[in-house]
Structure formats: C-alpha cells, structure tokens
Design a protein around this ligand. Structure first.
Ligand SMILES: Cc1cc2nc3c(=O)[nH]c(=O)nc-3n(C[C@H](O)[C@H](O)[C@H](O)COP(=O)(O)OP(=O)(O)OC[C@H]3O[C@@H](n4cnc5c(N)ncnc54)[C@H](O)[C@@H]3O)c2cc1C
Length: 426
C-alpha cells in the first residue's frame, strides 16, 4: 500500500473490502477475537502513517453510494467509502450540494471527516460540521449510532476521529440546495492582499491566496454565488488549470530539484504565469482542482487574528533563502466549531499550508515553519505532517481527554491503535 505522496509504504497481512455494514462488523469481531490490530483507509491522501499496519486494513472502496436523500430537509445519508467526486454528482442529481469543500475531490467521505478536512470561508466550519449523524462500528464490533441529538458527546468525538473510535460506515450530511459559483483567479500584490485580507474574507463567500516564496505577488481565489449559466470549458481555463498547474509545474519542480539555486526563479516564474481567469460552474466542480504533481504537506491552524503576523514571520524565514523551496504557501479561513478534535475547536481560524515536492527532503523546512506555528498556538491538521505527540496535543486540544475517554470506551482493547496513533493518544 502507498499513500498519495508515495512517502509512506506498508504491507498489511490482509486488505479487506467489505460490501455491507454487517461485513464490517464481522471483520472487526473476528479481529477482536484474534487480538489483531485493524486500521481503516479512505483514499490514502493523508501525509501521516494513519493507516499503517502489518495486520488488517479495511477499505470501504466497495461500500460507496447514496443510502437515502431527502430534498425537503436537504439531508443525505451516504456510505462512508463514497468518494467526494461521486458524491458531488449524486447530490446534484437530487438538487442538493455540500455547502463547502476543499481543494480536491479524490478523498472518501469517511477519510475527509476523519482528519477535519476543510475548505475556506468565514461562514463555514470544517467539512465535519456538515455531518449531523453517523454509524460507527466500534472496537468490539458493535454498531453505534450517534448524532446531534442521540449520543451527542460521542458524536462530537466521532466527527473528527482518525479512525480511532471505530469504522464509520454511514454519514448523514446536512446539505444545501445545489448552487453555482463564480470563481476569480487573480495575480495580485502581496502587500495589498495582506492589508485587505480581513475585508476580503468577510465580503466574499470563499477567499484564499497562495504566496510564492521570494515573490511579492500572490495568487488569489475568490468565489461567490452565481446566477449566470454555467460556462463551457474554455481553452484558456483548461490550459491554466490543467496544463500549467500540473505539467508545466512538474517540469519546473524537476528543474528546481536538480538545480536548487533556481528555486527563487522558479517561484517567480510560477506566480508570473498565473492568468486572471473567471469561471462559473456548479459548486462541486468549482472547488475541485487536479493535483498531478505529488508533494508532502504540513498545514497548521492558527487563531484567525494572528494570521498576518504568522505569515509575515514565515515570509521573513523563507526569504532568507536557507531552504530550497518554491511551492506556494496556501492561506485559508474556517469558522469555529464544537468538535472535540477539530483544529478549529472554539476559535475562528486561519489555516496555513506549506508543501515540498515529494522527491525532496521536506524536514528542515517544515521544522522551521512548525516552530513559527507553535509559537502562535498552532494546531496541526491531522492528515498533514507534524511532529506533535500526546504531551503537546493534550494542551492544544481542550477536549483531548474527553476524546480519549470515548476512544477507550469504544475500543477497550486498542484494536485501532497503530504505533502512530499510540504516540498521538497515549
Ligand atoms: C492533493 C491533496 C489535496 C488536499 N487538499 C485538502 C484540502 O483542500 N483541505 C484539507 O483540509 N485537506 C486536504 N488534503 C488532505 C486530505 O483531505 C485529508 O488527508 C483526508 O483525510 C484524506 O481523505 P482520504 O479519504 O484519503 O482519507 P485517508 O487519508 O485514507 O484517511 C484519513 C483518516 O481517516 C480515517 N478514516 C478513513 N475512512 C474512515 C472511516 N470510514 N471511518 C473511520 N475513519 C476513517 C483513516 O483511518 C485516517 O485516520 C489534501 C490532500 C491531498 C493529497
């Protein structure tokens, strides 16, 4: 097995693809009786060894699709293995959509909520906040139901749970009526964007920007609800979003890897080549981008009000030129929530993400930036690289102990703990 970035590789004794909830229960019960360890994988798009096991690995790739949808209440119950790209189309057929999404749509729904995956926008929490109920097969093989109104404390723990409480089999989402978005991609001045950031996140539904190392320009992405007809795919948009962001970028990555002194130039060429583009389309197609160049990533959540300071510290550090990097640094915002392990727990947040081409060593760069994030009370994205263990996490997540109590109650034998999760929780 390999994760998306290809950095993590492992060989489980058994990879099981259950087709029903009952088969999931049978697999867990059998592992419980045999004292085997079990991990669950979605699309393997995380950057940490969350699913690594030499024993049983469960994938819900054969358990995908819509279980039910109610266009009156705008709710949909979905098999947890469903990939977001399929879900978008299935909901659209019902006149429904998810209120917000992240950058790509290759993840499974279970994995998406498993790590607190998020998009951007001050009116929206992480994607886990769109969940209103779920089914979980716990470490004893029992089927447990929880929701905003039933088993609420367990539900708050399960909404972001890294597969540590059990295997989520079905997820009920609060959706919204299908909508279109008008997206603007622009190249802008760094200083202008930093000074108007607060206004832009308040005045636009979704706003984010990418700062390119050594450059004083940024790439902004702004989207708002549109009433126009959806655009036909234009050649300029295709060239920019697919060819430039993937194939041309891949060549630049290789160049910068072979000749590290070229990193600042590659960064400036990358931002210089960003065209101003407008597109209108159905929401689920607008959020999703193609990511064909593989990288490793670290992303931290920081209190929203500290965003400018944190980013300025990062810019100063990166521009000193000690690290041969050129991937842009992504800046997004998320509304606070009440989910135990959500990085946005009880604080409006900014998320800052840094990336390194997967054929390069990311460690010195991530270490330097992680020190900055931690100095501002940063909380790591659970699916992206970080070096924290339970001793630090306990202080950063106010509901860490409550989460652990639920984990122990649902999984008394520690069936779902691998070495990585043991370091996170024990
Ligand atoms: C190119 C790329 C772009 C990305 N863009 C974004 C972004 O815009 N925003 C963002 O926040 N993140 C982003 N991510 C990170 C990604 O969304 C998360 O890592 C997400 O968890 C991956 O989903 P997955 O289905 O691959 O889950 P996996 O990585 O397979 O699993 C993630 C966790 O969820 C658990 N899990 C999976 N399924 C279940 C289940 N059914 N029940 C219980 N636990 C389960 C796993 O055990 C694991 O702990 C990106 C990653 C990549 C590679």
């Amino acid at each position: 097995m390999k994760n998306w970035s290809r950095k993590i590789q492992w060989t489980p004794q058994l990879v099981a693809y259950p087709k029903t909830e009952q088969e999931v229960r049978d697999l867990v019960k059998s592992a419980y009786q045999k004292n085997q360890k079990v991990r669950i994988i979605g699309s393997g798009h995380s950057f940490n060894p969350l699913w690594v096991t030499d024993q049983v690995l469960i994938s819900l790739d054969e358990y995908q699709g819509l279980i039910s949808a109610d266009p009156v209440t705008m709710t949909a119950t979905v098999k947890a293995g469903t990939k977001l790209y399929q879900l978008g189309d299935l909901l659209f057929e019902q006149g429904m959509a998810m209120e917000n999404l992240g950058d790509i749509d290759r993840q499974s729904l279970g994995g998406t909520i498993g790590t607190g995956t998020h998009g951007t926008g001050m009116d929206f929490g992480t994607i886990s906040t769109q969940v209103i109920a779920l089914h979980l097969v716990n470490g004893k093989g029992e089927l447990v139901k929880c929701s905003e109104t039933e088993n609420r404390e367990l539900f708050k723990a399960a909404q972001v749970s890294l597969g540590a409480l059990g295997i989520i089999t079905s997820i009920t989402l609060q959706c919204v009526p299908a909508y279109k978005l008008e997206l603007w991609n622009r190249k802008e001045d760094l200083e202008d964007v930093l000074t108007t950031f607060t206004d832009r996140i308040q005045q636009n539904r979704n706003f984010e920007f990418y700062w390119f190392p050594h450059a004083n320009k940024v790439w902004t992405k702004t989207s708002n609800i549109a009433t126009d007809q959806p655009d036909k795919v234009s050649l300029t948009n295709y060239l920019s979003e697919y060819v430039l962001e993937n194939y041309v970028f891949k060549i630049l990555c290789e160049l910068a890897r072979l000749a590290p002194s070229l990193n600042p130039a590659v960064s400036k060429i990358s931002v210089g080549s960003i065209p101003n583009i407008r597109k209108v389309f159905h929401s689920h197609k607008v959020y999703a981008t193609q990511r064909l160049v593989r990288f490793n990533e670290m992303e931290y959540n920081v209190p929203l009000k500290t965003h400018g300071e944190v980013l300025r510290d990062i810019i100063k550090t990166v521009n000193k030129g000690k690290f041969a990097v050129h991937f842009p640094i992504e800046n997004r915002v998320v509304k606070k929530d009440d989910i135990y392990l959500s990085p946005a727990y009880e604080r409006d947040s900014a998320y800052i993400a840094c990336h390194v081409y997967n054929k390069k060593d990311h460690r010195p760069y991530f270490k330097a930036l992680e020190e900055i994030f931690l100095a501002y009370g940063g909380r790591p994205h659970w699916g992206k690289m970080h070096t924290l263990k339970s001793d630090r996490l306990r202080d950063l997540y106010p509901k860490f102990s409550e989460f652990n109590e639920h984990r122990q109650a649902q999984d008394p034998k520690g069936l779902f703990l691998n070495d990585y999760l043991t370091d996170l929780f024990l």
